[in-house]
Ligand binder design. Structure first.
Ligand SMILES: [Zn+2]
Length: 178
């Protein structure tokens, strides 16, 4: 004997999705909080601003990059000729010897200013989007070089910047709580 056939009420799935949306968004907000905690700082190249600042550093004034990445400066001729550098020199901070520059770091008085929330302040959680029975909430971050901040990059001369994986780690941290 066949039992009664179950027929979902019209729009039930969409109704359930709407009921779940706030809970899904709460999880996304937890990911946002973790991502903000784990995001690397940004750093900004700052010169002393007088007329003795070399042109390659004057041009770098104000350049801002995520903390795990390198500043991009124009190379100096001496470094190109004697140190085998290409047109650009990549420095973690002023006076960075790992850049292999010599002329471009000699007597440098520049500094790097850290902004701990330089990336964190750009991390946001969107509103739930309901498509049929699916609820989607997106945590996103839009900032310069943010993809490289997450996954890392390689500069000419095989200078490697490791990724910080702050978004992936945030998602994994929240998932592990559940
Ligand atoms: Zn300098």
């Amino acid at each position: 004997m066949a039992g009664p056939k179950f027929t979902p009420a019209q729009g039930l799935e969409a109704q359930l999705a709407r009921m779940l949306a706030p809970a899904v968004r709460q999880i996304a907000v937890q990911v946002e909080v973790e991502a903000k905690r784990l995001a690397p700082p940004t750093k900004r190249w700052v010169t002393v601003g007088d007329d003795r600042v070399r042109p390659t550093h004057r041009k770098a004034q104000g350049q801002e990059v995520p903390g795990n990445l390198r500043f991009k400066l124009n190379s100096m001729d001496w470094d190109i000729k004697h140190r085998g550098l290409g047109p650009h020199t990549y420095m973690l901070e002023p006076l960075d010897q790992s850049s292999r520059a010599v002329a471009n770091i000699k007597n440098c008085r520049c500094t790097a200013h850290l902004d701990p929330k330089g990336i964190a302040r750009h991390i946001t959680t969107g509103q739930p989007v309901i498509t049929g029975k699916k609820v989607t909430v997106t945590v996103s971050v839009e900032a310069p070089l943010v993809v490289e901040a997450e996954v890392g990059t390689v500069y000419p001369g095989n200078l490697r910047a490791d990724g910080t994986h702050f978004m992936a780690r945030a998602a994994a941290t929240v998932a592990a709580r559940r």
